[in-house]
Structure formats: C-alpha cells, structure tokens
Design a protein around this ligand. Structure first.
Ligand code: FAD
Length: 470
C-alpha cells in the first residue's frame, strides 16, 4: 500500500472545509489509481481504521473533515476522457468546472452548476448530489450520472450502470422523501447507481464517473429584474414557474430563478451603479436560446411578462452582449463580495441556511426569515423555494442566537413539508436536524445500510449518521 503522509505541515491543509470545522488525522493518502484506492480501503476495513474521503473541501457541512484515522484525497484521480456525443468519462478528482469547459468545447453540455463548480470536484458533486441555479430546469446531479466506478467500504471495486439492480440482501431504507429539492439522508434508491449518489462519502469511494450530456444552448440571455416589493416578485416567480412547467422550452422558460433581497441590493448599491432606488428586491434569471432565430421571441415574452407582472421593467438589465453581460456580472458579484467583506470585518463566521420548502410554503418561510434576530441577507434559488439566509453575527452571543434561530427555522421547514438541506448535504453540521426530519426509525434504517456495506464503519465517520459507540 502507498505510505501515508504524516508531515503536519502538509496534513494541516486537509483538516478543515468551508464550514471552518477543524479536525485531526494520522495520515494522508493520495492514490493515483482505483486499485490503489481499493488497497487503502481494504487495509482500513481490515484494521478498522477510520477513513475520510477528502476532495476540494468546499463543503459547508464538515463532511470531509476527519476526526482521527486516515484521509484519502481524490486529487490525483483527475483524468478527463473520453468525451463522446452522449457521455463524458472523468476521474472523481477532476474540478467540475474544468470538465464542463472541456465538454462545452465539443459543443455538448453537462448542466449541474454548484456556485463552487470551479473549486469543487466531480466525485464530490456526485457524492453530495450537488445542485445549483440551473437545478430549476435540469434537476440536481443525480439524473445526469450514467455510470460510476465505486470502491465499496470493503475494498471491492464495482462498475455500476443506470438500471443495475440492488443486491437483494442490502437493507435499503424505504421512507418518503419530502417532495422538494433535497440533499438530506440516503434517498430511496431506484437502482444500484442511486445508492452511491448523495451518500456524502459514507457508502463508497467514487473513483470515476460517466456523465450524461445534452445540447449546449446556442446562447443564454441573463436578466436582472427589479421589483418594488416582495409580493410582486413572488407573484412573478409563480408566473415563471407556471410558464416553464407548461412549455419547458417555450418563450418564457428560465433555467434559473434567483432572488436577491433589499439587503443584497443595499450591498450592491455601495459598489456599483444601476440598482434603482425604487427596487426592494430583484430576480436574476437565465433564458436559454436554442437557435439565433429564437432570441427575439424570448425577449418579447420576457418584456411582456415583466411589464404585466409589475416589475420595474425599464430598469431591467438584459444581457445579450458582452457589455451588458459584464454589467450583470458586476452586479451579481458585488453581493457576495459585500457579504465577505462584512464577515471579515465581524471576525465571526456567517451562518447560511440551506432549507427548502414546497411552493405553497415559500411566503411563510420568507416571513420567518424576516424575523432573524441579527443582521442578515437573503438570496438564492427561489425557483426551487430554496433560499440561503445568511446570518452575520458580530459577537459570540450573536452566533449562539443565530444557531438557535437556525434550529427554529429547520423545525418550521420540516413542519411545512420541506427539507433541512436543499443542496449542501448533512455532513457533521446537520446530523441533529436530519433526525428531526426523518425520525428515529429512518435513521436506524440508514444505519442498517451503512453497517451492511461498511462492517467497521470506517468511511466518513460522523457524517450524516452518528457513529455507533459499541
Ligand atoms: C462558495 C460556495 C458555494 C457553494 N455552492 C454550492 C451550490 O451552489 N450547490 C451545492 O450543491 N453545493 C454548493 N457548495 C457546497 C460544495 O461546494 C459542494 O458540496 C461540493 O460538491 C463539494 O465538493 P468538494 O470537491 O469540495 O468536496 P469536499 O468538500 O472535499 O467533500 C464533500 C463530501 O463529499 C465526499 N466525497 C468527496 N469526493 C468523494 C468521492 N470521490 N467519493 C465519495 N465521496 C466523496 C467527502 O467525503 C465529503 O463527505 C458551495 C460551497 C461553497 C464554499
């Protein structure tokens, strides 16, 4: 077996993630091949050594953070190819955005787009069933995976294709997932492939994937529409949803609908021009254009909808050329830049929610966000009723208040038929909240599956399900 690196100055960089949780490990392994991965996993299972899979550590939940044992990094599993008309094959450690660029250079398209796509890996996007803005049109990562090479927690190498049956002796949890965008718990699988998507590094190491491709749109129009009040913006979201459902490729068929609240607009106004004084909130949408001829039809459908829907139509930024694309880019990026500046100034971590609810509960959830007891900013994937409330504490007391408020919001989302994670997963940060959502019997069923595949519970200890003590 390759020797673990134990140099603390190297290990140091692998002990945390974007959640700021900090762990410890005895060594780091960077396998180059699936066989090396299998050998490491077999060794750890034989000796009951905890093994945490780490990729690019952009997780916001502590999922790749180790608490003892060894770390297995996927960073050297980074080959790309072949890319054909229908599929692309790549190693788990490939940076997702780089793979997408390589695919788009061939005129094809792999849609999953977590905001972190130029920082995170393909394998982790699969392991976390990552989503992004385009999930509104294309769904999460899961439907875009055709086959996986996986090393089971026993070290056995499996090549799994869509539709392969689940072995009859695997105790598969049966439970009802909420009917919302969700990345919480082991999804009830349709086939064997499903078992390894969204398992957060607890049921196997994904070493290689075959992803499904679709047509690259001829063009994409970006629109930033401002609204005089929130109710008008929410009504517009309903209009856009209804139009997309009725005609997924029609004139008004956004691939994403993103929301920015008045605090976001205030941050943007400090940095750039173009945010009207009368705007209380904004929606950012992208409209795919299949052919050059189709552009005018889309533009008139959008104008009509925005004017009829009460948007500040003449202030809408519509990006159809490089200058307007740059203006839109500057506007959208002024918001995270402003938030990050504030977080640094506060010297305290921000707390971001990841809750999703059904369409019918969007307004109730937004009213609950309004009650945040400390400074906050609200933005995100409103098309999927999945907004990120960013709580910005300035003191340890405010951080504690924010955490208690987050718990209240989680309970509310569950009571409304929602999920405690729309896309970031459970990791180590939301184990308690997952229990509230699925209940003890389902948690026990998750544990049964985990134990059946991973007898010594070596992979991803502490992630998603509490590790049994005995
Ligand atoms: C600024 C920012 C924006 C983000 N935006 C989004 C977003 O829009 N949508 C979204 O869904 N997420 C988002 N995330 C969260 C995060 O980027 C995703 O969860 C991403 O999939 C993690 O990828 P990673 O390579 O960094 O994996 P890591 O953080 O290193 O690992 C994440 C988990 O995956 C497991 N894992 C990693 N590789 C494998 C493998 N090959 N096989 C099995 N398990 C594996 C790890 O054990 C761990 O449990 C964002 C994070 C940040 C910091």
């Amino acid at each position: 077996m390759i020797q673990p690196i134990s140099d603390p100055s190297i290990l140091e960089g692998y002990l945390t993630d974007a959640s700021n949780l900090r762990g410890h490990a005895d060594g780091l392994l960077r396998p180059r091949t699936t066989e090396e991965v299998a050998e490491i996993v077999r060794h750890c299972q034989r000796l009951a050594i905890p093994l945490t899979i780490t990729a690019a550590r952009t997780s916001t939940t502590g999922s790749p953070v180790p608490f003892g044992g060894l770390l297995l990094s996927t960073e050297l599993l980074h080959e790309i190819g072949p890319i054909t008309h229908d599929t692309a094959t790549a190693g788990a450690g490939v940076i997702l955005g780089q793979l997408q660029d390589a695919i788009e250079a061939t005129g094809r398209f792999f849609p999953p787009d977590p905001t972190s796509r130029y920082d995170c890996t393909l394998g982790a996007a699969i392991a976390c069933n990552a989503s992004g803005a385009r999930t509104f049109k294309y769904g999460p990562t899961r439907p875009w995976i055709d086959a996986l090479e996986v090393v089971l927690p026993t070290g056995e190498i499996l090549y799994v294709r869509k539709g392969d049956p689940i072995p009859s002796d695997w105790p598969i949890p049966t439970w009802s997932e909420p009917d919302v965008k969700t990345a919480a718990g082991y999804a009830p699988p349709q086939d064997l492939l499903d078992v390894f998507i969204g398992q957060e590094g607890t049921l196997g190491v994904v070493t290689r994937a075959v992803v499904r491709l679709t047509a690259l749109p001829h063009d994409v129009i970006g629109l930033l529409a401002f609204f005089p009040d929130r109710a008008t913006a929410i009504a517009m979201v309903s209009t856009l949803r209804d139009a997309s459902r009725a005609a997924p490729d029609g004139g008004l068929s956004p691939r994403c609908i993103e929301y920015f609240d008045h605090q976001c607009l205030a941050l943007a106004r400090k940095r750039i021009e173009g945010v009207p004084d009368a705007a209380a909130c904004a929606l950012f949408c992208e409209q795919e254009v299949a052919t050059a001829d189709a552009q005018d039809g889309h533009l008139s459908a959008w104008w009509e909808a925005l004017e009829a829907g009460g948007a500040l139509a003449s202030d809408t930024v519509i990006a159809t050329d490089d200058t307007s694309r740059k203006q839109l880019h500057a506007l959208r990026h002024a918001i995270p830049a402003g938030i990050n500046e504030e977080v640094v100034r506060n010297g305290m971590p921000k707390l971001g929610t990841d809750l999703s609810v059904p369409d019918s509960a969007l307004t109730t959830m937004m009213e609950a966000y309004d009650k945040a007891p400390i400074r906050h900013v609200l933005f995100g994937h409103i098309g999927n009723n999945h907004l990120h409330l960013n709580l910005l504490p300035k003191t340890p007391d405010e951080l504690a208040t924010a955490k208690a408020f987050y718990d209240d919001l989680s309970r509310l989302a569950i009571s409304l038929g929602g999920s405690v994670s729309g896309e970031h997963g459970i990791g180590k940060a939301k184990v308690k909240q997952l229990g509230w959502m699925v209940g003890d019997a389902t948690l026990a069923a998750f544990a049964d599956l985990k134990r059946a595949l991973d007898p010594h519970w070596i992979l991803g200890r502490g992630t998603m399900i509490a590790t049994p003590t005995a």
